[in-house]
Design a protein around this ligand. Structure first.
Ligand SMILES: Nc1ncnc2c1ncn2[C@@H]1O[C@H](COP(=O)(O)OP(=O)(O)O)[C@@H](O)[C@H]1O
Ligand SMILES: [Mg+2]
Length: 219
């Protein structure tokens, strides 16, 4: 059986897509020894820049951007080949509705949408949800599933405290949030995921909880 394809996307930059993609990759791979591939589909290549800093993290990543000049079919074949070799293929998407987002949503089992507690993020999330609902109607299996995830959440603020309740308004499943934490920035500086060095930290616990929910949502 081939592995699950999980796209991480929102149409707004800076919502924590790459942070969640890299850390989820670490948590899914580390937890049960699953082979996991991270696909960097963003021209900005933040995920590969993050992981290329060190070979120690041992996270496998593939730089596969997709623009209108390249073949979406070939790109999808690459993704499906990776799914044959891995339990999970995570796709870190650019912040737009371009070819990579279209192709990923059309082929993913699950789309994880990181949303920060900001009205602009909510607006962008609504557009992703619209896209994936359109795709669901065309795909016979009802996929992709969706998981909305509060990202860069500051629990000291009212919007931060209420983010899960606010996300439920979209009528899609809501996962455990990821808070604004210095450990996530340090992980990027070190070139690994938080669990690789902050073994007992709230940041690691949040990602572990998210990974557990993601596994269920993609099953
Ligand atoms: N949970 C978090 N806590 C603290 N900083 C974060 C968190 N998530 C992301 N960041 C920071 O916010 C910025 C944008 O995050 P990034 O993951 O690159 O977003 P995107 O991929 O959506 O553009 C980066 O500087 C990153 O280090
Ligand atoms: Mg990014």
């Amino acid at each position: 059986m081939s592995g699950k394809i999980i796209a991480i996307g929102n149409l707004k930059g800076g919502t924590g897509k790459t942070t969640i993609a890299v850390n989820l990759c670490g948590a899914l791979a580390n937890g049960a020894g699953h082979p996991v591939a991270l696909v960097d589909a963003d021209q900005q290549a933040s995920a590969s820049a993050w992981l290329s800093q060190t070979g120690e993290a041992g996270l496998s990543y593939h730089v596969l951007p997709l623009d209108s000049t390249s073949s979406a079919q070939r790109w999808l074949r690459n993704i499906r080949d990776l799914a044959e070799e891995n339990d999970y293929v995570l796709i870190d998407l650019p912040a737009d509705l371009g070819p990579a987002t279209q192709a990923a949503v059309a082929s993913a089992d699950l789309v994880v949408v990181p949303v920060t507690p900001s009205p602009l993020d909510f607006h962008a999330a609504a557009q992703v949800i619209k896209l994936l609902r359109g795709v669901r109607e065309e795909r016979s299996n009802g996929h992709p599933a969706c998981l909305l995830v509060g990202s860069k959440v500051d629990r000291r603020t009212a919007v931060g405290q209420g983010i899960e309740i606010a996300l439920k308004e979209f009528k899609e499943p809501v996962g455990p949030s990821v808070c604004q934490r210095a450990a996530f920035v340090s992980a990027a500086v070190r070139g690994g995921w938080v669990g690789a060095y902050a073994v007992e930290s709230p940041a690691r616990d949040e990602i572990a909880a998210l990974a557990k929910r993601v596994k269920r949502a993609a099953a």
